[in-house]
Every structure is written in structure tokens, then in C-alpha cells.
Design a protein around this ligand. Structure first.
Ligand code: 5AD
Ligand code: SF4
Length: 451
């Protein structure tokens, strides 16, 4: 979602004459778009600001000036504390108000010109009652072959470990019309894959103004799949509780919906899931996976896991390992529980010592790595539809993505970038696959084929 937000910030700033550059050195403005989900992500911001301070000084010494802004959830959570700890920061803007960047920039400029407010940045971390999406210009910064579209923001779930409900605020779904317009524009600009984004994306319930109906995510996906030129649809991140019938049916009926689903479970222990306020048990998750696989037999799964949540015993952790063994993941993210100030779990007793977290994380990651390697190995000898996204590592090579998001390398002409092509998988590296273009055959799953 930060990638999406960053592109939208560039759209907002384009009319002021700003354009994107590849490196912060010498830039007129640097925006750090930040994540607050774990402590490590937040700490990275301050170390990066140290580096940017040197660049700002160098720019000033050469007679220029650099505006330093911090956006995103660290900005939202830290507010004024940010400019106090890092006076290099001129502007602090949360995820709800970046459409106001031009106005904030003008204020920062005025303050600088007047020579006042040294070390006092401009802060905007409001939760405005109107949605920023109603104020943003149409996207002009195209994202290439594959486009992220934010359809939902915020979260009302309040998992006890998580800062999102506090930084991103209450759940909000964009109206269907806005999303369709954004998808059509992306396709016109050459995109063939759309990834629908939201912190809790399958809680989507957007208004379709013509009918006055409220659409869920399944309905939205079916509609977007009808846009000519859309070859692939994905969505992330989902909550197991919001996986409704309509969405499961979309996995069964809609070939353009890729058979790869990121469905975080966090833990395999009912006790821990309850303490996390996940609102489902491990059995519910297992049954849900069964229903999804009944709908789409080739569905591959990904998940997020937290180890060392307060009170997690060895038996709880074993329950997580056993759920992983039962479900079988193609890929997964796993983290040590990180205390986030202000969240209920941060105040729980029985915090788990770091050494225990470290040991559990190593065990879990070894299992997940083995599952991922096995999943990748299984692709050898298969022919997969690959969406080529750009040049590969070696001359003459392109890289693309399989339906399961694995990077795939193949010798192929550049004109195939932006098309879905059948590739016979011949070898499997730790993090990618390699193969050769297969003879042109009709794609089994109705994707656009060029070969
Ligand atoms: N500690 C560790 N991991 C966390 N996540 C969210 N909050 C925390 C935390 N406090 C993980 C969850 C979530 C992913 C985006 O980040 O697994 O699904
Ligand atoms: Fe955080 Fe996801 Fe839980 Fe919402 S559902 S509180 S975003 S972990």
C-alpha cells in the first residue's frame, strides 16, 4: 500500500513541477513513506533520516535547498515527536492527508522564507471526515505492467498486537466507480494485472452508485475481470473472518483471479488466537482452507505468522507448526512479536523472552522454507502462464511472474513484456524459476497468450 500511496503522492506533486528521480542525492524534496507495523520498520526511518540530513546539508552548501518530508504510519503515530527527534524533517504527513501536500509544502516554504520556526516542522496527521480519494487527482504515474489499486483502507478488527486500527483508522471502502475508473486507466496505460489493496481488503463493502447497492470484494472482482485487457487480478491482505461465499465463488468461477491467496493466520493455537482477538480458531481456518481448495483445487496459500506473542507456550507454538504442516504454504512471512506502544498486547504480562522468540522463529522459518522449496520444485516440468514484467538478469532474458507470484526467467524477446506467455519450467533456484517459451497453446485458464 505504501508503493501505491507513494505513486499518488507523485501525482499530487506533479502539477507543482516535481518529477520522480531514482535517488535522493540532490533532490529538491525527499519523502520517506513509512511503515509502523513493527518496531524495526519504524527504527529504520530514523537511521535513514541521518543519511538524508547529510544530503540536505550538501544541497544547502551548493546553494540549493531540500524539503524533507516523512509520510505514512510512522508520521501518523509520531507526529510532533518526529520533528523533535529529527529536526531535519520539515513536514510530517499522515496517510489520510497526503492530498494536502501542495498546501503543506507552501506553508513549509513560507516558514523557511520568513526564517522562523527553525526545527519546527509542519505537521498534518488529521483524520479528516472526507476521504482523501475524493481529492486526489487521477493517477498519472503509471505502475507498468502490474498495477496496485487501493480499494479499502483501515481496519476495525483490533487484533491486540496491531497498530493499524490506530494509524490507518476505521475501515473505509472506495466507491466501485472510482476503482473501475482507476483500473480502466491503468489498462489503457498498458497494465494487464491489477492487485486490489487494503489492510483488510476482503472487508471491502463499496457503494455502486448506479444501483445504490453495496458490493463485496467478490462482486468487485467479477466486475473488474470484465474489463477488456485485464488478464490477472489479485488482492491482498485478507482476514479469514471476511472470506465470504461470494469471494470463494469468485475463486471458483473467475479464471482471471489468480490461484494464490495471502491469508494470514498468525498462530495455530486457539488460546493465542483468542488473546490476539483474531475472532476465529485454528479449526475455522483449516475448514476455510478446505472450502477454498474445494472451489479452486490449484489454490496456493501464503500467510503471516507471529511467534512469541505474550503468553505463547511451547505447546501453543507446536500448534502453529502443526497447522503449517497441515495447510502447506507456497510462501509465508513470519515475525517475532514486536511490542507496539498503545496496543493491548503491549500491556499483557508474560512477554516472551527474545531468545525464545528467536528460537521459535528459526524453527518456523525452517519449516516454511522447506515447504516453499517443495512447492517451487513441484513446478519443474510444468508449463505455467507467465506475465512478463521486464528485462531479466542476463541479455536476451525476460523476467515475469507465475500465477503463484514466483519470479520466472526465460529467454524471450522484449515485445513479450506485458503479455502472458506459457513457459515450460526447467529449473528451480531458491527464489525463482527458469524455463523456456512453450509452443503456443491455448492457455488453460483463459489468460491472454502470446508466444
Ligand atoms: N509484531 C509482529 N508482527 C506484527 N504484525 C503486525 N503487528 C505485529 C507486531 N506487533 C505482522 C502480522 C501482520 C503483518 C502485516 O505484520 O503478521 O499480518
Ligand atoms: Fe492489524 Fe490485520 Fe488485525 Fe486489522 S486484521 S488489526 S490490519 S492484523
Amino acid at each position: 500500500m505504501n508503493v501505491y500511496d507513494s505513486a499518488r503522492m507523485a501525482d499530487v506533486l506533479a502539477p507543482l513541477g516535481y518529477r520522480l528521480v531514482d535517488a535522493p542525492d540532490g533532490a529538491d524534496m525527499v519523502i520517506l513513506n513509512t511503515c509502523h507495523i513493527r518496531e524495526k520498520a519504524a527504527e529504520k526511518v530514523y537511521s535513514e533520516l541521518g543519511r538524508i540530513k547529510a544530503l540536505k546539508r550538501a544541497k544547502a552548501e551548493s546553494g540549493g535547498s531540500m524539503v524533507v518530508a516523512v509520510a505514512g504510519c510512522v508520521a501518523q503515530a509520531e507526529g510532533e515527536a518526529m520533528t523533535e527527534r529529527a529536526p531535519v524533517v520539515d513536514l510530517v504527513v499522515g496517510p489520510h492527508t497526503y492530498h494536502r501536500l501542495p498546501e503543506l509544502l507552501a506553508r513549509a516554504e513560507r516558514r523557511r522564507a520568513a526564517g522562523d520556526g527553525r526545527g519546527r516542522g509542519i505537521i498534518d496527521i488529521d483524520f479528516p471526515s472526507d476521504a482523501k480519494f475524493d481529492h486526489l487527482p487521477a493517477p498519472t504515474h503509471t505502475q507498468g505492467v502490474s498495477t496496485f489499486i487501493s480499494v479499502q483502507e483501515g481496519c476495525d478488527k483490533f487484533c491486540t498486537f496491531c497498530v493499524v486500527p490506530y494509524t490507518r483508522g476505521a475501515e473505509y471502502s472506495r466507491p466501485v466507480g472510482q476503482i473501475v475508473a482507476e483500473a480502466e486507466r491503468a489498462v489503457a496505460a498498458g497494465s494487464v494485472e491489477i492487485t486490489l489493496l487494503g489492510q483488510n481488503v476482503n472487508a471491502y463493502h463499496g457503494i455502486e452508485t448506479k444501483s445504490g447497492e453495496t458490493w463485496g470484494l467478490g462482486r468487485l472482482i467479477r466486475h473488474l475481470a470484465e474489463i477488456a485487457g485485464v488478464a490477472r487480478i489479485r488482492y491482498t491482505t485478507s482476514h479469514p473472518r471476511d472470506m465470504d461465499e461470494e469471494l470463494i465463488a469468485a475463486h471458483r468461477d473467475e479464471a482471471r483471479l489468480m490461484p494464490f491467496l495471502h491469508l494470514p493466520v498468525q498462530s495455530g493455537s486457539d488460546r493465542i488466537l483468542a488473546a490476539m482477538n483474531r475472532q476465529h480458531g485454528a479449526g475455522d481456518y483449516r475448514r476455510l482452507v478446505d472450502r477454498l481448495r474445494a472451489a479452486r483445487s490449484d489454490l496456493a496459500l501464503s500467510s503471516d505468522f507471529i511467534v512469541g506473542f505474550p503468553g505463547e507456550s511451547d505447546a501453543d507454538f507446536q500448534a502453529t507448526l502443526s497447522l503449517v504442516r497441515d495447510v502447506g504454504y507456497a510462501q509465508a512471512f513470519s515475525f517475532k512479536y514486536s511490542v507496539r506502544p498503545g496496543t493491548p498486547a503491549s500491556m499483557m504480562e508474560d512477554q516472551v523472552p527474545d531468545a525464545v522468540k528467536e528460537d521459535r522463529l528459526a524453527q518456523l522459518q525452517a519449516l516454511l522454507r522447506a515447504q516453499q522449496a517443495a512447492f517451487n520444485r513441484d513446478q519443474r516440468g510444468r508449463t505455467l502462464p507467465v506475465l512478463f514484467t521486464g528485462p531479466g538478469r542476463h541479455a536476451g532474458q525476460l523476467v515475469g511472474r507465475s500465477p503463484y507470484l514466483q519470479p520466472v526467467h526465460a529467454i524471450a524477446p522484449a515485445r513479450l513484456i506485458g503479455t502472458v506467455v506459457e513457459v515450460a519450467i526447467e529449473s528451480v533456484q531458491p527464489n525463482s524459476l527458469a524455463g523456456r517459451l512453450a509452443a503456443p497453446t491455448p492457455a488453460a485458464n483463459d489468460e491472454r497468450v502470446v508466444a
